[in-house]
Write a protein that binds this ligand. Sequence first.
Ligand code: ADE
Length: 231
Amino acid sequence: MFLPLIMRIDILTVLPKLLDGPFSASILKRAQDKGLVEIRLHNIRDYSTDKHKNVDDYQYGGGAGMVMSIEPIVTLIEKLKKERTYDEIIFMTPDGAILEQKTCNDLSLTKNLIILCGHYKGIDERIREHFITREISIGSYVLSGGELAAAILTDAIIRLLPGVLNNETSALTDSFQDNLLSPPVYTRPPEYRGWKVPDILLSGNFPEIEKWREQKALERTEKRRPDLLDN
Ligand code: ADE
């Protein structure tokens, strides 16, 4: 079956090496091999005009920590924007909006994305004001850089693209897709050290199994993530 390129993701980083790993195995690799998604890593340092190829500088007003400079990043973004239209230019940052499944669903329907990975103390605010369309955090903690966060965002988006997962329904039954956590799952053997798989799952009664799963999903969500049920 011929599946056309669905999405292109350009990732802007000073550490492309950090991202080689996550994109070269398993589902993300297969999605690229099938031609469903094209992921391009761009080294911001290649766009530095500084003689030492610096991409950061001291912050105005003083204070600890270097700031990523405006020029190399803008040169790179503008070069890419000349080549195609981007739906979003995303900045990975701990002060962004917390990543939720809904955001991944929305982004999976776009065609071209730029993801900018921050480093050091942050990026020159003018980049955020004039180029960034969305700022995303993967949680309330600080990483050494945005690369691992970008890998997480990319994974969460790509697995939703049609044709990426073998069983197309499986992304739809993920935890969070209906604001519920997933029910427990079991595989063979039916009994291990006296610990039994619930009888209902072995019954072959699919309407009852479905009811059981819904009940367990609800119980698990009430217990572990009651906040999901408020939405
Ligand atoms: N960069 C550093 N920490 C981050 C976080 N929590 N989310 C996204 N990008 C980050």
